[in-house]
Ligand binder design. Structure first.
Ligand code: FES
Length: 79
């Protein structure tokens, strides 16, 4: 399996409106933290998630969270 590229070692803290989102899991999108289709050929795929009510969320930017698409602090233990 292809390993994701680390985009950043801190989460993207965003105010999300209700809707459907596609979080970039490969780290190569130019529209972080969301998918822009650049994962093609990597074997990785975006993670779809739905926001029911407006909220602030910390989305994973290192791509190694165990709670994708949300930050779980994994960025602090990456080599
Ligand atoms: Fe990274 Fe789509 S561009 S998952």
């Amino acid at each position: 399996m292809t390993e994701p590229v680390i985009f950043d070692r801190q989460p993207a803290v965003l105010d999300l409106e209700p809707g459907t989102y596609f979080w970039c899991s490969c780290g190569q999108s130019e529209n972080q933290p969301f998918c822009d289709g650049q994962h093609k050929g990597t074997g990785l795929a975006p993670v779809k998630f739905v926001v029911e009510a407006a909220k602030k969320a910390a989305l994973c930017n290192c791509k190694y969270s165990k709670n994708q698409p949300f930050c779980d602090g994994s960025h602090s233990s990456l080599a």
